[in-house]
Ligand binder design. Structure first.
Ligand code: CAA
Length: 379
């Protein structure tokens, strides 16, 4: 068993780390404060091949393995969790299922644009009344000749305002339950696709999260992703991969909190000595490091299983759950170590704390992850 990254994986990690430290770090606090979408950085990440990380080279992707992908995402999240989730959603929830389930037209017309970063994708599954119970969606698609007419509403769509295309899910056969939903690739300029309000969020404030209304939106039959009735399978396949991206986001946040805590505790003096010399602080730092290490190996193992072509639903859920809990744990402890300064915006741990919480919620709450893990073990 060899735990080292390969030469290529290490090169991808270094590229992501340098980009994050040189390009993303300088404006990250301002983007958070003013809710500025990191569009120009997403373009640059596209130029580096990070918008088609797991997409085949024949479609203009970089063809990296999933281990490289999660290692790169961890590095981006370590500096800027908002930019990380834009890249993660684009790669995992949109481009990856389009390659896996899309027809030739979708591959040639859309996938290469997404893989290069010319276009950015968003994932429209959640609705006002269906979140965890994704199968209860109400958005309806009705066949009309060689088109589908869509009506309904979606919400909590990451990058929903700035994206160029949506992978969107709708009911095409209400009598067939979860086998009656279908997936569609919908371009942003489709008449009847109306972007709604921008959510004012606690964290990942540089991402734009919007709702979407569909009012007689006409979508060509060729834009159906997978077969009619495959929608739930497309969504859950995408989410298995997306959960690796959220896990990497949590891990990057946890790692950043550990590094900030070590640095601060070596600078801050109380009772005539640096606080890093106190056992109370050392124990906190040790507990953070243990969780981070366990989280990292859960995540890399899940990514490795995907690379082997194995079923990895359970491992992705475990990684997402554990990495996100490590993120909130480490962020809370980092604030405690920073004391009153940690509670203010003087240090980045306040932002990491706000960013950490969402990792326990989106792409399936951690309660849903426990259901997925329990089913894999017991059913
Ligand atoms: N991959 C492929 N197919 C899968 C699958 C998987 N991982 N898991 C289940 N399926 C299939 C099943 O085999 C079944 O197919 P058949 O009917 O053909 O047998 C079908 O999907 C239905 O499966 P279930 O009966 O298990 O479905 P369920 O209704 O009980 O729900 C669930 C399962 C796990 C709770 C699921 O609804 C779920 O994951 N919910 C959470 C949704 C979620 O993550 N939402 C986040 C939205 S995206 C977001 O956060 C916003 C953003 O932009 C970041």
């Amino acid at each position: 068993m060899d735990f080292r990254l390969t030469e290529e994986q290490e090169m991808v990690r270094q590229t992501a780390r340098e980009f994050a430290e040189k390009e993303l770090a300088p404006g990250v606090e301002e983007r958070d404060e003013k809710e500025i979408y990191p569009g120009k950085y997403i373009k640059k990440l596209g130029e580096l091949g990070f918008c088609g990380m797991v997409i085949s080279e024949k479609y203009g992707g970089s063809g990296f393995d999933t281990v490289s992908y999660v290692v790169a995402l961890e590095e981006i999240a370590r500096i800027d969790p908002s930019t990380e989730i834009v890249i993660s959603v684009h790669n995992s929830l949109v481009s990856y299922p389009l390659e896996k389930f899309g027809n030739d037209y979708i591959h040639s017309e859309f996938l290469s644009k997404l893989a290069s970063g010319e276009w950015i994708g968003a994932f429209a599954l959640t609705e006002p009344e269906s979140g965890s119970d994704a199968g209860a969606m109400k958005t309806r698609a009705i066949k009309d000749g060689d088109h589908w007419i869509l009506n309904g509403s979606k919400n909590f769509i990451t990058t929903g305002g700035n994206c160029d295309a949506y992978l969107l899910f709708a009911v095409t056969d209400p009598s067939a339950g979860s086998r009656g939903t279908s997936a569609f690739l919908i371009t942003r300029d489709t008449p009847g696709v109306i972007r709604g309000k921008h959510e004012k969020k606690m964290g990942i404030r540089a991402t734009d999260t919007v709702s979407l209304a569909l009012e007689d939106a006409r979508v060509p039959d060729a834009n159906l992703v997978g077969k009619h009735g495959d929608g739930f399978k497309v969504a859950l396949t995408a989410l298995d991969s997306g959960r690796l991206g959220v896990a990497a986001q949590g891990l990057g946040i946890a790692q950043a909190c550990l590094e900030q805590s070590i640095k601060y505790s070596k600078e801050r003096k109380q009772f005539g000595r640096t606080i890093s010399s106190f056992q109370a602080i050392r124990f906190k730092i040790a507990d953070m490091a243990i969780r981070i290490s366990a989280a990292r190996w859960l995540l890399r193992h899940a990514a490795w299983k995907k690379d082997q072509g194995d079923q990895y639903t359970k491992e992705a859920a475990m990684a997402k759950l554990y990495c996100s809990e490590a993120a909130t744990y480490c962020a809370l402890e980092a604030i405690q170590i920073h004391g009153g300064y940690g509670y203010c915006k003087d240090y980045p741990v306040e932002r990491y704390f706000r960013d950490a919480k969402i990792t326990e919620i989106y792409e399936g709450t951690n309660e849903i992850q426990r259901i997925v893990i329990g089913r894999a073990l017991l059913d």
